[in-house]
Write a protein that binds this ligand. Structure first.
Ligand code: DCP
Ligand code: MG
Length: 368
């Protein structure tokens, strides 16, 4: 028997939300290659193609060992023809021509650089690229009128493109906690997003805020923002109020995957020197001064759904919703779970997995 042939007989479930996907896995070279193609498809607004590459990469991340030959992939789900071709090429030649061509293409590089500006999406970046704008400096020189988010994105471009470290996330968590407790004692603050899944770095820091007395959380964000602004912690912020509807039967089923919580997109300023006299001095090693921070406020009754919806990964979330619809005829959002017309209550993530008929997957294994 060839080494590793056992992989082919191991049965791997096809939805990422049925699998344990740890942060560290055995097939980085392959998943890096597929991620480039996924990113390129997303930047070209080809969502379906992007998801196909992401699913293939997620499958490889969940395998218990390194794939050394294509014969080991027989019988595994989620590997489309295109992904398989790329995987085989990388296994045989160490690189994939398509991946290399993509990485070096002027368009891919420009689209990455431009969408790397906070406030700039693929559509806008593509329009600028067609006008010959390839870099943030080109954009600066172009004299284009930018919105407030994009101006901030350009101003803090370098800082915002440095990864945020776990210790910076913790330091920001302390500031957020002081702000929230100053305006609403008893509120609970939870680190969500990639850091909750155990990542050591992130592109931003995400927090979910709630209060055990339902209703006390209403209108919280503007007060938190005022406190943070008064203390000089905010370089930029945009707050949007909540827009969910509630009835006796529970939160309304959302019309789209976008959630409707009160939310603040912000850029925090971390300056160890100006705040060294605070009760929670920041580590002196901090070098990043501008950090993207997302704050989300949820009513207590929706907290478990918000927590599950905001822990990610993005593909894991997508797979949960796909499982709910296609396998259980349910609809899942960051606000609620519905079995057809019936609202299913949950006060923990464990309960939501149970409602969905899924084994509980802890946050550290949702890195699909
Ligand atoms: N999310 C969501 N709806 C949105 C935005 C995000 O449900 N409109 C979810 C999916 C993400 C999580 O929230 O996994 C956090 O989003 P991020 O973009 O911050 O992604 P991560 O925190 O997972 O990764 P990163 O390290 O890049 O911040
Ligand atoms: Mg994040």
């Amino acid at each position: 028997q060839k080494p590793g042939l056992e992989l082919a007989v191991v049965s791997v479930p096809s939805y990422a939300c049925q699998r344990h996907t740890p942060l560290l896995h055995h097939n980085i070279t392959l998943t890096d290659a597929l991620s480039i193609l996924a990113e390129n498809a997303e930047l070209g607004e080809n969502e379906g193609r992007g998801v196909a590459f992401r699913r293939a990469a997620a499958l490889l991340k969940s395998l218990p060992q390194e794939v050394r030959g294509a014969e080991q992939l027989r019988g595994l789900p989620c590997l489309g023809e295109h992904s398989l071709r790329v995987i085989k090429e990388v296994l045989e030649d160490g690189v994939s021509l398509e991946v290399e061509t993509t990485t070096h293409s002027e368009q891919f590089k420009a689209m990455k650089a431009l969408t790397g500006i906070f406030g700039v999406g693929a559509k806008t970046a593509d329009r600028w690229f067609r006008e010959g704008i390839h870099t943030p400096s080109d954009l600066q020189r172009s004299g284009h009128t930018l919105n407030r988010a994009q101006r901030a994105g350009l101003q803090y471009y370098d800082e915002l493109n440095l990864p945020v470290t776990k210790s910076e996330a913790v330091a920001i968590g302390q500031i957020v906690e002081r702000a929230v407790h100053a305006v609403l004692p008893g509120a609970e603050i939870t680190l969500i997003g990639g850091f909750r899944r155990g990542k050591q770095t992130g592109h931003d820091v995400d927090f979910l805020i709630t209060h055990p007395d339902e209703g006390r959380e209403e209108g919280l964000m503007p007060k938190v923002v005022s406190w943070l602004e008064a203390q000089g912690f905010l370089l930029y912020q945009k707050t949007t109020g909540n827009s969910y509807l509630e009835s006796k039967e529970g939160p309304a089923r959302p019309a789209s995957n976008m959630d409707r919580f009160e939310r603040c997109f912000s850029i925090f300023r971390l300056n160890p020197h100006t705040h060294s006299d605070s009760p929670h001095p920041l580590p002196q090693t901090l070098v990043v001064v501008a950090v993207r921070v997302d704050l989300v406020v949820s009513p207590y009754s929706q907290f478990a759904f918000a927590l599950l919806g905001w822990t990610g990964s993005k593909l894991f979330e997508r797979e949960l919703r796909r499982w709910a619809v296609h396998e259980k005829a349910m609809t899942l959002s960051s606000h609620a779970l519905y079995d057809r017309k019936r609202y299913l209550r949950a006060s923990s993530e464990e309960e939501i997995f149970a409602h969905l008929g899924l084994e509980y997957i802890p946050p550290c294994d949702r890195n699909a």
